[in-house]
Design a binder for this molecule. Structure first.
Ligand code: N01
Length: 536
């Protein structure tokens, strides 16, 4: 009997898109509705949403204002989507992305539960040949990868992990049906953005919470509250103007970055600015709206950390715990924000462990051994981060022209042109690929997708193949490396520079000159006939 044909096998497309998160959904819309191409999306999850599909852990919400954590292409939805809070919760973001996908009929072009394992460029046929994890083959003229900046989960394995009889939960792969933490003995490993959201959320309801902190973090309040009515009125009145205003800033967080050096003002004014930012909430705002040089000058940075330290000392009753919670490095990781974070450590049911001084040794059947002492636990939550920026690209075995593997091309660290394309990998477009601007994402995703939609449109009219000049890629990487070199982000270990993953090359992965400058540079490239791209 002949084999039943597999449903995808042999599919021929104009455009294959990997990922149905914020960027992937808009890429699908643009390819299908704007360019009229035959496009389909391949998505590992069973639904849309990308990071918002997987990250269902307690306390998960955006820490970018909902005003800019949105699409703008559907002006009606941009003006009228009724965000309930200033910082939307995960469920609300996921509902919004589903509503966008439903309104525009996107789901009919998405293959869910489908993992792309391999992508190889066939130079003779001018096609990408994609292979799914279950061995089916799809061919497409263009390949768009919107695979997520922070979506390749990282969870270290500790010795004897398999012996633990309790539950181990990875925050970024949280069970869809939820997890019952009430009254339980819970450990949280990790105190990044994920960890601090979980810690502040679950502390009041768990039996006992053990926070296993390796590196203390500078945390400011987030300022949770209702959606700001003044911003809503502005967006309703002039949505395009609001969007363009937001894009024409450095980080697209809904504020304009300061141009004032911290030490150029009096001590009184400096304290006043920090206090106002503290009262308003938001990590990016505290770091960038207060002063211009906190990320580049150690002296300026110290004025901010002295301020936050004074807040830690005031909030935390036990001076020993306050000292454990005070970082020793710069305020130059991805800025964190959570309401009441430090106060959580005053609770009788919360214990802070310094696992740098007293490392996590191993699991037992009933808990974890930390610094020689067993902590009895029902649940261990790994909030240990992501193989950021490059992780998901490299999980796909990608082969470009002349058999060049992406893993080899990126061996010393990633390379790209404009965060969008890679030399020798024709017709491959990335949404928020390495060396994209260091910004909040949805509006920037839209901008990048619009940019390469125009580029694909140009290619369609002149041969249909876009490659990247290796010299242009080299220049872009150099500009980006110079941009990071001047900042304290480079000398402070975090996922921003790859230092969080053992063995990962430590490198720049960002365009650090801000979105406004990025748009100018990319528009100049377009206006010079897409200089640096090779359309053939
Ligand atoms: O990951 P992280 P994240 N033993 O890498 C610790 C976005 N995001 O998931 O600092 C013990 O920041 C590690 O310790 P150390 C946002 O952009 C946004 O929290 O390496 N600990 C660190 O404390 C964010 O920046 C939101 O010493 C170990 C933690 O795990 C990015 O995602 C919410 C360990 C990892 O922190 C990543 O945040 C959530 C080990 N072996 C995420 N290994 C919003 O608010 C790692 N750690 C929108």
């Amino acid at each position: 009997m002949a084999d039943t044909p597999k449903p995808l096998d042999g599919l021929e497309l104009d455009v294959a898109i990997i990922g149905a998160g914020v960027g992937g959904l808009y890429a699908l819309y643009s390819m299908r509705e704007k360019l009229g191409l035959n496009a389909q999306t391949f998505e590992m999850a069973s639904g849309v949403g990308g990071t918002w599909f997987w990250n269902r852990y307690p306390g998960c919400r955006v820490d970018t204002e909902s005003t800019v954590y949105t699409y703008s292409f559907d002006l009606d939805m941009f003006q009228n989507w009724d965000w309930s809070e200033r910082y939307a919760r995960q469920a609300e973001v996921l509902a919004y992305l589903n509503a966008v996908a439903d309104k525009h009929g996107l789901k009919r072009s998405i293959n869910f539960n489908t993992k792309i394992a391999r992508a190889e460029w066939d130079d003779a046929a001018k096609r990408w040949v994609l292979t799914t994890a279950d061995g089916q083959t799809v061919r497409a003229r263009y390949l768009i990868e919107s695979v997520g900046l922070l979506s390749s989960s990282y969870a270290p394995q500790f010795p004897d992990q398999d012996k633990f009889k309790g539950q181990i939960l990875v925050a970024s792969k949280w069970p869809e049906q939820g997890a019952d933490l009430a009254g339980k003995r819970v450990a949280v490993v990790g105190t990044g953005s994920t960890g601090i959201q979980i810690i502040t959320q679950i502390a009041p309801t768990v039996g006992h919470l053990h926070v296993l902190q390796r590196t203390a973090q500078w945390v400011v309040p987030l300022g949770i509250g209702p959606f700001p009515q003044d911003a809503r009125a502005r967006i309703k009145l002039d949505p395009v103007g609001y969007r363009d205003w937001a894009l024409n800033t450095g980080t697209v967080f809904g504020f304009v970055e300061s141009t004032t050096p911290a030490l150029s003002v009096s001590e009184e004014e400096r304290q006043d600015r920090f206090q106002k930012a503290w009262d308003k909430g938001n990590g990016f705002s505290f770091l960038l709206e207060t002063f211009a040089d906190l990320t580049v000058s150690a002296e300026a940075n110290k004025t901010a950390t002295d301020f936050i330290k004074s807040k830690i000392d005031a909030a935390v009753k036990d001076p020993k715990i306050a000292a454990m919670l005070t970082p020793s490095d710069y305020y130059a990781r991805r800025p964190l924000a959570a309401d009441g974070y430090y106060e959580t450590y005053n609770r009788a049911n919360v214990t802070l462990h310094d696992v740098k001084a007293q490392p996590i040794e191993r699991f037992t059947e009933t808990g974890l051994v930390v610094g020689g002492q067993e902590i009895a636990l029902d649940i261990v939550i790994m909030a240990t981060g992501f193989d950021a920026v490059t992780g998901n690209y490299l999980k796909i075995d990608t082969v470009g022209r002349n058999g060049t593997k992406l893993a080899d091309h990126w061996q010393e660290g990633p390379r790209s042109f404009g965060g969008l394309t890679i030399a020798g990998f024709p017709n491959l477009f990335m949404v928020f690929g390495p060396f994209s601007p260091f910004t909040s994402q949805p509006l920037v995703h839209e901008w990048q997708v619009d940019y390469f939609t125009d580029l694909i449109d140009a290619a369609e009219r002149s041969g249909g193949v876009v490659d990247t000049d290796p010299a242009a890629e080299e220049d872009w990487v150099r500009i980006c490396q110079e941009g990071l070199a001047g900042t304290l982000f480079q000398v402070t270990d975090s996922w921003i520079n790859g230092a969080n993953i053992p063995g990962k090359p430590r490198t720049s992965m960002w365009y650090m000159n801000g979105m406004a400058n990025y748009m100018v540079e990319m528009n100049q490239i377009r206006d010079a006939g897409y200089r640096g791209f090779r359309i053939a």
